[in-house]
Design a protein around this ligand. Structure first.
Ligand code: MG
Ligand code: MG
Length: 273
């Protein structure tokens, strides 16, 4: 990936709102349905129905070789898990990644859910909470930082201060717009390379992926699912965020990021065309 990127106008960013909102809606429907006893294929169908009935296209289906609307990654699976007939169990930690394309613009978001019951839920909840917290630290760095380097540093600092969890390095965030995956890459850790300046027109998906143990991973024999090498748990949270001429807007958050950004003293400002 190159580190340059195509800037979006305020009108482009305003046009991305429906895709972000539909992505949020699909994940909220999945969140309502997820429980022990359900299969990830059933969740996939819920997400697809929500996106299609909302006038969108499941953009994961546009990724060559991928047939589904969501990725569902359970326990030692961190990302890119394929929906299946496997039944979810009490205590499972499940990350759901989903995206919608509307009018040619894309949204991309991921959530992690710990199913009630089971013995491991406290440590799993903590893994998810630290991942979630690091996502918002990264989003806030789009406001306080000068370069995209600051996003990675903010995420890494937060994870290190609050845990000894691993941060995946082979998989990172990305620009988003007409394509789901665009330049620039958005690292979840500090890098030496000078990354692009944070300027109006930058629209990115920030997506920290954390592990309870070592950050070493391997790709399953299905050629998609990324698993921890040590069998530890994985968590994944993601939002698509726009930097526009008036401020920041979290496109895939129901409230544009207002409630979480307020904790950093940042006011979420909707883009206007
Ligand atoms: Mg995603
Ligand atoms: Mg993404």
């Amino acid at each position: 990936m190159r580190s340059s990127f195509t800037k979006k106008s305020d009108a482009d960013i305003a046009a991305m709102i429906p895709a972000g909102e539909l992505t949020a809606k699909a994940l909220s429907k999945v969140r309502e349905a997820i429980r022990p006893g359900v299969t990830t294929l059933e969740l996939d169908a819920i997400a697809e129905d929500t996106i299609r009935s909302g006038g969108g296209v499941p953009n994961f289906q546009l990724v060559p070789g991928y047939k589904h609307t969501i990725c569902a990654s359970i326990n030692d699976e961190i990302v890119h898990g394929i929906p299946s007939e496997k039944v979810l169990q009490a205590g499972d930690i499940v990350s759901i990644d989903c995206g919608a394309m509307v009018n040619g613009w894309n949204g991309d978001r991921a959530i992690t859910v710990i199913l009630p019951g089971g013995s491991d839920t406290q440590s799993r909840q903590r893994l998810s909470d630290v991942t979630y917290g690091s996502l918002w630290e990264g989003i806030a760095a789009l406001y306080f930082g000068k370069r995209l380097n600051h996003v990675g540093v903010a995420i890494e600092d937060f994870v290190q201060k609050n845990s000894d969890f691993g941060i995946l390095e082979q998989y990172v965030g990305h620009g988003i717009g007409r394509s789901m995956h665009e330049d620039p890459p958005v690292y979840n850790f500090g890098v030496r390379e000078r990354l692009p300046k944070i300027v109006p027109g930058l629209v990115v998906a920030i997506e920290p992926m954390l592990t309870s143990g070592s950050n070493e991973t391997f790709v399953d024999k299905d050629d998609w699912t990324v698993r921890t090498s040590d069998g530890g748990d994985g968590a994944h949270w993601e939002h698509s965020i726009a930097v526009h001429s008036k401020g920041l807007w979290v496109l895939t958050a129901e409230d544009g990021g207002e409630s979480e950004l307020a904790k950093f003293g940042i006011k979420a400002i909707p883009p206007k065309s």
